[in-house]
Design a protein around this ligand. Structure first.
Ligand code: 5GP
Length: 185
């Protein structure tokens, strides 16, 4: 079950606002997800597909807690829309290096907001006939969801705020924060 996040303390510097998920909470939950995935996919070689760039931190930490045979590939997509709202019109900037037909595939996403980007990815990758196709998202904002999607693994449910850190950016900044915080605007 995803965890609901309580309000954290305020980091009063620049545009880094309230911390929603601290570094310790992140590593504890990522470890749990890795262990759960290892149990669920035991005996089935797994392919993780990381969605660049935001999922890179999450994916590399998650992989360390997966103790079954696992491979990794990456996709980069651009979602048209404003800086903070995606439109659902998605363009592939970098496609996978390998075919996924007949494979057990797990998409690793940083955050599911409206769900439109993930809906596109599920359709696109689904049409390549993987054996199974599931989603592991670190964060989800249920209040913002426009489409209902099968997200098998979710780290944390967060409120409708624009967040930065642990891979998530605002104008390419703040990905390196070791926690997830609200963008102060
Ligand atoms: P969706 O298509 O679900 O609306 O948006 C998905 C993508 O929008 C995410 O993969 C992420 O790149 C971006 N996004 C959505 N919400 C946030 C947020 O709160 N912070 C950041 N940095 N990016 C977000």
């Amino acid at each position: 079950m995803p965890e609901r996040v309580a309000n954290g303390s305020t980091e009063g510097v620049s545009d880094v606002g309230e911390v929603l998920v601290g570094a310790d909470e992140l590593s504890r939950r990522v470890r749990e997800l890795g262990e759960e995935i290892s149990r669920d996919y035991a005996g089935r070689p797994l392919l993780l597909i990381g969605v660049l760039k935001g999922a890179v931190f999450f994916l590399s930490d998650l992989m360390r807690y997966i103790d079954i045979p696992v491979e990794v590939d990456f996709m980069a997509v651009a979602s048209y829309g404003s800086a903070t709202d995606s439109s659902g019109v998605v363009r592939i900037l970098k496609d996978l290096d390998t075919p996924i037909e007949g494979r057990d595939v797990l998409i690793v996403e940083d955050i599911v907001d409206s769900g439109l980007t993930l809906q596109y990815l599920l359709r696109n990758l689904g049409s390549r006939n993987p054996s199974t196709l599931e989603v592991c998202a670190l964060l989800t904002k249920p209040e913002r969801r426009k489409v209902s999607l099968p997200t098998k693994y979710v780290g944390f449910e967060i409120p409708d705020r624009f967040v930065i850190g642990y891979g998530l950016d605002y104008a390419e900044r703040h990905r390196n924060l070791p926690f997830v915080a609200v963008l102060e605007r």
